[in-house]
Structures are given as C-alpha cells and as structure tokens.
Design a protein around this ligand. Structure first.
Ligand code: PMP
Length: 465
C-alpha cells in the first residue's frame, strides 16, 4: 500500500473551464446509483445532486473496504496476524490522510466520527477565545458555545469581512479564528492563506472547517498556514463513519481526552476509592474505545483515489458543470441563486436558490417524486446565514455536484425546474410531520425489504434542516 503524492498547488488556483471537461486523468468512478421510482409509476436513474450533504462512495473505496474485510480484526493490542494487519492499515491511513492534506510532519491526525466531532474535540482544547463568522455551518458555530467565543457578522464582501476581522482581532485578541474553506450554502471560497496571515499576525491560530472544500480542491495545510483542519469522510466519497481533525500537537496534548476510555491511556491506577489515568499523547489520547478501522481505511483510499485528479481534472470537470448549472438557472424565471459575498471569485459546486412562489421543501419533494432528482432544502444547518440571504423562514433549495455528476444530471434539474415554473407540478404535495411530501406517495420506500420502522420510532424532520 504505497501513496504517491504529487507536487502541491495552492488552494484557490484558477481552474480553466471549457464546455466539455478536458479529462487528462480519468476521474475515479462512483458506485453506480440505482434507478428510483417516481410517483407516476415509472423509474429513472437517480440524479444525485446532494453531494454536499453526503457523497456516494468511490468504487475504489468500496472495493478497498471489501478487500480489507477478511483481514479485519482488533487493533493495537492484538498479537494475531490479522490484528497486526488491521493496526498497520489504521496507522498507514493516518499517514495517507495527513499527507494528502499537506499536514506538517509533526501535526497530529486524530480520527473522529465527522467534522462536527472534530470541531467539538478542538473546542475542548482551545486555551482561550474563539472567533467565528456568522456565515458558518452550525458545526463551526455551536461547539464554540461551550467556551469563550465571539461571532463576527460576515460583511457583504469578502474584502470588508477580512478588514472587519483584522479590526476585531486588533481590538480584542483571540486564541483561535475559525472559518469554512468553502461555504455549504453558496459554495463560495474564502482566501485561507490571507486569513491565516491575519490570524497569525494577531497571535491567533486558524482552524478550517474543510467539510465542503476538501472534496473539491487540493488543500495544503502547511503551505496555507492552517493550524487545524476538520473534515468528514462521508463528504469525501468515503461514507464509512470517519472524519479527521488534523493540527498542532500542543493544544491537543494539553486537552482532556475527547473520548476517555481504553486506548486513550498509558496507565490506570486505583488508590482507595479514586481512579487515576496517565493519558496517552495524541492522537490516541482522543481516540478512546475501538477505532473505526474500516472508516479510516476508506477515507485513506478516497485520498489515494483523489490524489491524481484533485489538482486539476476533478475541479475542471466540476467547474464546467457548475457553469452549465448557473447559466441554466439564470434562464429559469423566478429562480434566484444565493450568494454570500458580492466579490467572491471562486466557488465549488454548491448552489442554493429560491424559486418565486414555490416553497423550497415543495420544490425538493417535486424534484424527487416526479423527476428522481435528489437535492437538499431548508437552511442547511446555517440558519443565521440563510435567514439573512433569503429573508424567509422556508430556506432554499440546494443542488450540489462533484465527481460522478454528469451534464445529464444538470439538464434534468433544469428541465424539471422549467416545467415547475411554467406548468406547475403534476402531483399534489402536502406537509407531513414538518416536511413536504407527495400526496399520496405510491413509491416503495423500502426497496431493500427491511420492513417498516415501528410507528413512532422515526422522529419527524430534524430541527436543524
Ligand atoms: N461544516 C460544513 C461546511 C458542512 O457542510 C457540514 C455538513 N453539512 C458540516 C460542517 C458538518 O459535517 P458532519 O455532519 O459530517 O459533521
């Protein structure tokens, strides 16, 4: 299992766009999507335009996990052959993921469940005040509430936001500045190297929520000056339950263990009625319990598969489709794409929009029920930002693309939206337990034959939609 990592480029390098994506290296394949039923009785290939929420696995990732399964065994303390193989897979995965993201050699790579988990871990390790923007995903807002924190309102331009950041740090220094590399509502990119300079000049460190950036752009932690980076495997085509927090050791080693338990300690003693632990250094310090070896291996394999294409071919493919989507949306009457910053020049394939006179949830239900298209609707767990951008309680619709998205997927969305705004929906929809749904919904929603969930066992729509 060797990893070849190429020369790195800076995040935000302009990607040349053309009508047809110029594939110099074939993009890795995605596990094929199924055909899905429509309310009208036909079935169509699923058009997955919801990659920003969770991306399907790369075929290479699914194959790797299948190949690994016979060897799967306990890690770290097992003397058996398969335990030793599994331990080596886990530790190699740490190395592969760190190198793919340009981590410094002395950075710690902690496997977590996801970005949310990684940022919660960091929140308990920060020795001071945290400053975030109000445009962040809740995962990069709420963990900081457990300690001293401040929120800076994003200005209408990136330039003004950075000016305000400089001023805020000069007036009142903080320990950590934290921003998303790419927004999960509008996909707009922030100039991370510049923000790192601003933070460092004020004596602060920079944490980057890379959940949306990592699937779309090469990230170089060291060259960009990022001190901590968090991401989720399930958005990086490795949906096997692992994320990472990568960053500087000192805060992580000084922090209380994120998950106290077996594996996180060097020694445990009991004196009288008190137990005491000598905690291990990071990453083990924060990874108590049995680690998710398959998740870590899947994430590492995704990094290996993306490595040859993430500098150019994957972003070029995506940008061509993004242009097609934005150009097409501009021709659909009543469709209004959202934007956080008037001066942003780069964005990944994430586009949120509203449709005049059509509630976002109903649009999403229509796209699914009548066209077999999966999008997201609501406020995307970024309530402060979406409230500001839409001025409405209903939120927006979000289409998000990546590797595996085709021009046909985009065209199907555009055709469906044109049909909706011109003729309206062909089916009825109603709000059921807080979500728009087709009424009736004749589709078989149990294609695997697992049976219905017990009545009352499935909660309604989550509050943070
Ligand atoms: N940050 C951003 C920018 C996101 O888009 C998301 C997921 N939507 C998260 C954090 C949280 O990721 P997870 O649910 O995998 O913890």
């Amino acid at each position: 299992m060797s990893t070849t990592l190429p020369e790195r480029t800076e995040i935000g390098t302009e990607i040349a766009c053309s009508a047809e994506p110029p594939h110099r290296t074939e993009l890795p394949r995605i596990c094929p999507a199924p055909r899905v039923p429509l309310v009208t009785g036909e079935s169509v290939p699923y058009a997955n335009l919801d990659l920003a929420a969770s991306a399907p696995p790369l075929q290479a990732v699914a194959d790797h996990v299948a190949e690994l399964l016979p060897y799967y065994s306990s890690v770290h303390r097992g003397a058996g052959y398969c335990s030793q193989v599994s331990t080596s897979v886990l530790e190699r995965a740490r190395d592969t993921v760190g190198r793919f993201l340009g981590a410094r050699t002395d950075d710690v790579v902690v496997f977590t469940r996801n970005t949310t988990d990684a940022l919660n871990l960091l929140a308990r390790a920060v020795p001071g005040v945290v400053l975030s923007l109000d445009s962040e995903h809740h995962a990069n807002l709420l963990p900081w509430l457990t300690g001293p924190h401040r929120v800076l309102t994003a200005a209408p331009t990136i330039a003004q936001t950075l000016e305000n950041l400089r001023a805020a740090l000069a007036a009142d220094p903080v320990a950590l500045v934290t921003v998303a590399g790419a927004g999960n509502v509008t996909g707009e990119l922030l100039p991370l190297a510049e923000i790192a300079d601003i933070a460092h000049a004020a004596g602060a460190r920079l944490a980057v929520d890379a959940a949306q950036l990592a699937p779309h752009r090469r990230i170089d932690i060291a060259a960009t000056g990022i001190d901590y980076l968090a991401l989720s495997g399930h958005k990086l085509y490795a949906p096997y339950g692992t994320g990472v927090l990568i960053g500087r050791r000192d805060w992580l080693d000084a922090a209380a263990p994120h998950l106290a338990g077996g594996g996180a300690v060097r020694a445990v003693t009991v004196t009288g009625d008190e137990a005491a632990a000598g905690w291990a250094p990071s990453p083990q310090r924060h990874e108590g319990g049995t680690p998710n070896v398959l998740g870590a291996a899947a994430l590492a394999q995704a990094c290996r598969a993306l490595d040859p294409v993430i500098d150019h071919d994957a972003p070029a493919h995506e940008q061509a489709l993004l242009e097609r989507l934005l150009d097409g949306l501009a021709t659909v009457p009543g469709v209004r794409p959202l934007r956080t910053w008037a001066d942003s020049t780069e964005r990944v394939g994430v586009v949120a929009f509203t449709v005049d006179h059509h509630p976002a949830g109903r649009v999403a239900a229509y796209l699914s029920a009548e066209h077999g298209i999966g999008v997201r609707d609501g406020k995307f767990c970024a309530h402060p930002l979406v409230d500001r951008l839409t001025g409405a309680d209903e939120g927006a619709v979000r289409a998000s693309i990546g590797i595996g998205t085709t021009a046909d997927d985009i065209d199907r969305l555009l055709t469906a939206l044109r049909g909706l705004t011109k003729r309206g929906a062909r089916w009825d929809y109603e709000v059921v337990e807080g979500r728009w749904a087709p009424s009736p919904d004749p589709r078989d929603l149990d294609p695997l034959g697992l049976g219905e969930a017990r009545p009352g066992a499935t909660p309604g729509a989550p509050a943070c939609a």
